[in-house]
Design a protein around this ligand. Structure first.
Ligand code: SF4
Ligand code: SF4
Length: 622
């Protein structure tokens, strides 16, 4: 048998409702921060199956024994099925118990026996133990979930657990003794915790696999085994007596007439999750006043165990079990039964228990108060009340679980509801701001669109105007890629440029370096890098002469150039006039300077001559 976790939660199906957290009697399911999916802590689990039953989307599964059982049957070894008497309550759709005996045989089991005889054996031992009172009150140990609960959460009560194996274990011992130690045993019953219980025993009490009734149904379906195809078959020996009442919680007591008389009896039978929890708690604290033995089952009797089919009706099952018991009793060979009892009376039915303390340290009062403050339930520090929607009985227990790392604040609906309200408020504010921003954005987009349209219009206008100019105009970017060029520019550059223009209209994107000789495009490079204009520079180009002005349009990003073909008549005439004006201006300037120099020289000469004349005049007088 494998000892993988008994229960597993499947994230893909889990809807995070936390019903499992709420129902788990021992808080073995935790929710971690940043992981909202519940997790089962196997070491804390008592195998009760409450979470499995409570999970409506079916996100929880238990360890399957189907393949294991099929492998055992296919191994060629002798395999005995030991059937819990609760089978009569489960298979109400099968008209006669002898039919499901045959159906089980048809699966390939060598022997099909019943646990009722094991119940008879164990019940007899209980009668001796409970009636031979030596001052210690016992808790009957037939429900594995109760046994695990005491081992893990009330280890100090271990000595009160009756030191007797369960009827399932007792039956395994009987089968090994009757059919051989090598016989493989598969228990079939209503209990999921029994899968873990069986792992603890070896030797003559060894159970090789534990199938639930639900798994047995799956096997019937898989192998298409139907009642209508089969004849009756009886259980293999040994047959049970009143042990067939075992699925009803006090059935084991009635099996051996242990008195349940309220006045003279000394045993209390109880069943169900809350009753079990309260009973064990009171045994721990009040047994000196209660002064009774306890017969406790976790479920509403084994007939409602978690391994039965979903939706079973308790009192219908109860009736089916009693009807079955009556039928069996009517046909019972009492002598054979007593003979069997005698044969197996020497079997060792004793067992011991091991403490497996899973209790977590109690957090300090300060820590609990901190957590209550955090979830804004500080007013609940002393009042042990709460809405229980978190899965805990009150806010304080919830705070303790948070402090122990078993729960998170988000599990509190009031807290997360308040957070949600705040979140919604923040979200609403954010939405309003967003709406305003969107409106502003829309307006600015409209403005930008209008500006863009007007820019495009202007650009078209400028472009058309530029196209009309006789001078070539070109605008290039920082990589000397042409952004804009007019027709005159293309014409000035000549045939090659005209061919490029046919492929790339307007030379848009063309590399200026591929169109102009080095000395020419270097002017543009210079202006780009220096941010200084070059004005009216004459440049030799092909056979002609161009007059080029290049100037920055945006610093180191765009430059523009105006190129004039000096040999074009219009330009030529204008240039001649300009140049003549320049020459005239220069000559006039020069004439002025000469005249000035000449004028200055004449005055000096006149002064000198006047001085000489004056000197001659005075000498003549003498
Ligand atoms: S009960 Fe099932 S669905 Fe709900 S939280 Fe638990 S595992 Fe998930
Ligand atoms: S089987 Fe029982 S003890 Fe284990 S996790 Fe589920 S509810 Fe808790």
């Amino acid at each position: 048998m494998t000892d993988s976790p008994l229960f597993e939660i499947h994230r893909e199906t889990c809807i995070k409702c936390y019903s499992c957290v709420r129902i788990c009697p021992v808080k073995a399911i935790k929710v971690e921060v940043n992981n909202e999916f519940p997790l089962i802590i196997s070491s804390r689990c008592i195998g009760c199956g409450s979470c499995y039953k409570a999970c409506s989307p079916g996100a929880i599964s238990y360890r399957s024994s189907i393949q294991e059982t099929k492998d055992l049957i296919a191994s060629g070894e002798k395999v005995a099925a030991i059937c819990d008497p609760a089978i009569s309550g489960e298979f109400h759709d099968i008209t006669d118990y002898r039919k499901f005996v045959q159906m089980i045989r048809n699966l390939g089991f060598t022997f099909v026996t019943e646990v009722s005889f094991g119940v008879d054996l164990v019940a007899r031992e209980y009668k001796g133990l409970l009636e031979d009172f030596k001052g210690k009150y016992h808790i009957m140990a037939n429900c594995p979930a109760v046994v695990f609960f005491i081992e893990k959460y009330y280890p100090e009560l271990i000595s009160n657990l009756a030191p007797l194996v369960s009827p399932m274990l007792a039956t395994a011992k009987v089968i090994h003794q009757r059919y051989g130690q090598d016989v493989k045993v598969v228990a079939i019953g209503p209990c999921i915790a029994a899968k873990d219980e069986a792992l603890k025993f070896d030797g003559d009490g060894k159970i090789d696999s534990v199938l639930t009734f639900a798994e047995l149904r799956q096997l019937f379906t898989e192998f298409n085994i139907r009642e209508s195809h089969l004849e009756f078959s009886e259980f293999d020996s040994p047959l049970g007596n009143r042990g067939s009442l075992y699925p009803i919680s006090n059935g084991i007591l009635q099996a051996v007439d242990i008195s349940e008389n309220l006045l003279s009896g000394n045993i209390i039978t109880t069943e169900g999750r809350n009753n079990m929890l309260n009973a064990v708690k009171e045994i721990d604290t009040r047994i000196d006043l209660i002064r009774h033995h306890f017969n406790i089952f976790y479920d509403d009797g084994c007939l409602m165990g978690p391994g039965t089919s979903h939706g079973g009706e308790k009192f219908l099952r109860h009736t089916l079990v009693t009807d079955y018991a009556n039928k069996r009793l009517n046909s019972l060979d009492k002598d054979a039964w007593e003979k069997d009892l005698l044969e197996f009376s020497a079997i060792d039915l004793s067992r011991s228990y091991t403490a497996d303390d899973q209790r977590l340290p109690q957090p300090s009062e300060e820590k609990i108060a901190d957590v209550l403050g955090m979830i804004k339930r500080g007013d609940q520090a002393d009042n042990k009340i709460g809405c229980e929607s978190c899965g805990y009985d009150n806010c304080r227990d919830f705070a303790v679980a948070i402090a122990q790392g078993l729960a998170t604040t988000d599990m509190c609906q009031i807290f997360s509801g308040r957070n949600r309200q705040e979140y919604i408020k923040t979200l609403r504010n954010t939405n309003e701001t967003l709406a305003r921003t969107q409106e502003a954005l829309r307006l600015s987009e409209e403005t930008a669109k209008r500006e863009k349209e007007s820019q495009a219009e202007t650009s078209v206008l400028i472009s058309s105007m530029l196209q009309q100019l006789v001078s070539g105009v070109v605008i290039v970017d920082e990589n000397l890629r042409i952004l804009h060029a007019n027709k005159a520019f293309i014409r000035i550059l000549g045939e090659e440029a005209a061919m490029v223009d046919e492929v790339i209209p307007g030379l848009e994107g063309a590399d200026l370096k591929s169109l102009l000789p080095v000395h020419f495009y270097k002017i543009f490079s210079f202006v780009l890098s220096s941010d200084e204009s070059v004005e009216r520079k004459d440049v030799q180009y092909q056979e002609g002469m161009l007059n080029v002005s290049v100037f920055p349009l945006r610093s180191k990003k765009f430059v523009g150039g105006i190129i004039r073909d000096m040999y074009m008549p219009e330009v030529y005439k204008e240039q001649i006039i300009t140049r003549m004006n320049e020459v005239i201006d220069q000559n006039f300037d020069m004439v002025q300077k000469i005249a000035f120099l000449l004028g200055e020289g004449a005055a000096k000469t006149e002064q000198m001559l006047n001085a000489i004349i004056e000197s001659h005049k005075s000498q003549n007088k003498k």
